[in-house]
Write a protein that binds this ligand. Structure first.
Ligand code: DGJ
Length: 706
């Protein structure tokens, strides 16, 4: 049974195939954590642990004592999961166990524990899901007002994860900026609090809602790693606390900054989900657990088992200057390369000749497409490709018909400027009529045109997040209401148009998280398409997210931003490590490059099931050596590919041996291109040598059994 409980029903254990998570009621009837880590093997282990549950009094000056859902009240000074104010002004919370139940749902088994405030009509339902096969836990909370007066929620996190007592934990996390998203950082955990967060209204380029913790000894392959990821695309927070008692815990959920929620009588508030897991097989396995979980349980079912198509996107080639002719010409060349999905990016609508106008007016620009999108769509289809379109539904340019008609539809504060970024403002999706408007506009677009794919962009963070028409007690709800409206709109569109796939983009990689992945089929990691810079971005991405969701384009060289020139082969190899796309101006590619591109696309199609569906191993990190190597292995271990890419290095610098991973030790593999045959154990133990000469050299090595 994935959820075990003691006869007294005061301790529970959630069991995966290699992990256990146990909790028990303390003397104060509050659930406390007993264990989160390697699998415990019997219910008697649980009993033994339950005898050791720590209760208040252990630490002289207050503390968390392993509380499963600490609330703000009493001698409590750490990060609470819940902070509320009752209608009479009482701000302290007291909770105690009320009831529990277990239930199977979807791919998980759930333990639901309900806590109640003994003096006020408030219930808190803690939900614990265990995805047994994947060794992943899911936690969220529902706060229910059962009284007849409102309650104000000031902080509502999803969960806290307690780690065993240890000095010397290290935190690995992802941080960055526009064009350099998801860089990997690893640092010792010091006393105090480290907060990873977004206050920007979207997931953010600056930080990503994922963490990994280890005892200071983990590598890619070895060592205990606790990891977690939030399923939320708005303001979020992950706080790593090393408290005064020496305990280390990681709490996370909605960001409480500028947040409050007016919980009316009879209403409930659900927090986003916080997923977590543990492995004793290093950071690499922590990533693979998440990757498999995403592929099996998170991504929309409609496309989860189909290969992601090779895509062409017009953005870098034609920017806002799209029209029926130039897109038609690009489509012809793209089709000849083997592209399967042709996407027209920004510029096809309203008065959109630059980023200064048109956003919000989702009608086809009649000058650029005099007969609507129909002729181009038909052409793309006749060339054997699917058709995709870019939109940015949450935004408006002040120079647009939408804004002229509804200037009050954007977030703003009275008597304050409306700060523009990229000449645009953010639509207030907390307003039901605005959400209805964008749902209807997108619905019309999809019903009027034969569209198979939507790239949903969001090119600026929030500012002046005011909603002056709303009651004052509701105005800080915008942070949550906005994200929920985005999710609802996507859900509605997916339901109405089940054959349409979606990409999440936010001015590059500003919206990559497990929340958006439940509703989109792929994401855009960065506007930086430089094939070398991408290696680090892709490495960071791979810490938490699977390769099939990671869109990578081959673009022109030298790059406009970096001025760096990189050969086509390297550019393809870098982009083939995820879902391949082409984003260069094909009208200017030489015949020779087009011919080569055709071969790479063909090759990608032969190996994409390995990349998009396989286990990923980060063999050599671009942070650590001039040679980067990334391997993918099919789940049955019969096929594998290794990408090896070399950046500029000193003459004579030794090329590192590459040690493949994940192969079947006894099986014989044929290695290409050199034709060697060797057993999996020899390849993994002895390694392979991939000679690369010169800067920007790269190779794709395949290994196949039989
Ligand atoms: C930002 C995206 O990341 C780009 O790929 C492109 O779609 C532009 N927006 C269009 O404005």
């Amino acid at each position: 049974m994935p959820v075990v409980e003691t006869a007294s029903a005061s301790a529970w254990m959630l069991e995966g195939s290699a992990i256990s998570y146990a909790l028990a009621l303390g003397a104060d009837r509050m659930p406390r954590n007993l264990h989160f880590g390697p699998r415990l093997h019997s219910a008697s282990d649980l009993l033994a642990l339950a005898g050791s549950v720590r209760s208040p009094g252990v630490a002289p000056f207050g503390g968390m004592y392993g509380q499963e859902y600490p609330v703000w009240g009493g001698l409590f000074y750490d990060e609470p999961c819940l902070k509320v104010t009752f209608a009479d002004g009482t701000r302290g919370l007291v909770l105690e166990y009320n009831s529990h139940r277990t239930r199977p749902e979807d791919d998980a088994t759930w333990l639901d524990v309900t806590l109640r405030d003994p003096a006020y009509p408030l219930l808190v339902h803690l939900h614990y899901g265990v995805y047994e096969r994947h060794d992943v836990l899911e936690r969220y909370a529902v706060i229910e007002n059962t009284g007849d007066e409102p309650v104000t929620i000031e902080e509502a996190l999803s969960a806290v994860w307690h780690l065993p007592m240890w000095a010397g934990y290290h935190l690995t996390h992802l941080a960055g900026r526009w064009a350099a998203e998801m860089q990997v950082y690893r640092e010792p955990v010091a006393p105090g609090r480290k907060v990873l967060e977004s206050r920007r209204g979207h997931t953010s380029h600056a930080a990503n809602p994922w963490f990994a913790m280890d005892k200071g000894d983990a590598t890619e392959e070895y060592g205990g790693v606790w990891f977690g990821a939030l399923a939320w695309s708005g303001n979020w927070k992950i706080a790593v606390d090393a408290d005064t008692t020496g305990q280390v815990h990681v709490s996370g959920g909605l960001n409480d900054f500028d947040f409050s929620w007016h919980l009316a009588p009879g209403e409930s508030f659900r927090t986003p989900s916080f997923f977590a897991g543990y492995t004793d097989r290093g950071l690499g396995e922590a990533s693979r657990i998440l990757h498999r979980f995403e592929m099996d349980c998170v991504l929309p079912r409609a496309f989860a088992s189909r290969p992601r198509p090779v895509l062409y996107n017009s953005w870098e080639a034609t920017t806002f200057d799209v029209n029926e002719q130039n897109q038609g010409r690009l489509a012809e060349i793209a089709a000849s390369l083997g592209v399967e999905l042709f996407v027209v990016d920004d510029g096809w609508f309203g008065a959109r000749d630059s980023d200064r106008a048109g956003l919000g007016d989702w009608v086809v620009n009649p000058r650029k497409f005099p007969n609507g999108l129909g002729p181009l769509v038909r052409k793309v289809r006749s060339l054997g490709m699917e058709f995709g379109l870019w939109v940015e539904p949450e935004m408006v340019n002040p120079d647009s018909d939408l804004y002229r008609t509804h200037p009050d539809w954007v977030y703003h504060f009275p008597n304050r400027p409306r700060s523009e970024s990229r000449n645009q403002l953010v639509l207030n999706l907390a307003r039901p009529e605005v959400e209805a408007h964008i749902t209807e506009a997108l619905d019309r677009l999809l019903s009027d045109n034969d569209i198979n794919f939507i790239k949903w962009d969001m090119n600026r963070p929030f500012s002046e997040p005011g909603w002056p028409d709303a009651p004052v007690e509701r105005q800080r709800e915008v942070w949550v209401r906005h994200t929920r409206a985005v999710y609802r709109t996507l859900e509605t569109l997916r339901e109405r148009y089940p054959d349409v796939a979606f990409e999440s983009c936010s001015g590059g990689g500003g919206r990559v998280d497990l929340g958006i992945m439940r509703l989109t089929d792929q994401t855009w990691p960065s506007d930086n398409t430089d094939a070398f810079d991408r290696l680090r971005i892709q490495e960071g991405y791979s810490m938490a997210y699977c390769a099939r969701t990671m869109m990578c384009w081959v673009t022109d060289s030298p790059k406009r931003y970096s001025g760096r020139a990189i050969p086509l082969r390297y550019r393809f190899h870098s982009a083939m490590m995820g879902s391949l796309g082409i984003g260069g101006n094909l009208l200017e590619w030489t015949e020779r490059d087009l011919e080569k591109a055709r071969e790479f696309v063909e090759e990608y199609k032969r190996i994409r099931h390995i990349v998009q569906g396989g286990d990923q191993y980060r063999l050599l990190s671009p942070r650590a050596s001039a040679v980067t190597a990334v391997q993918y292995v099919t789940p049955d271990r019969s096929e594998s590919v290794i990408f090896v890419l070399s950046s500029p290095h000193l003459l004579g610098e030794p090329a590192p041996t590459i040690y493949p991973r994940g192969l079947e030790p006894a099986a014989a593999y044929e290695v290409h291109p050199d034709g060697t045959r060797a057993s999996g154990s020899a390849l993994m133990g002895h390694g392979i040598c991939v000679p690369l000469r010169g800067d920007w050299a790269s190779a794709l090595v395949t290994l196949r059994t039989g």
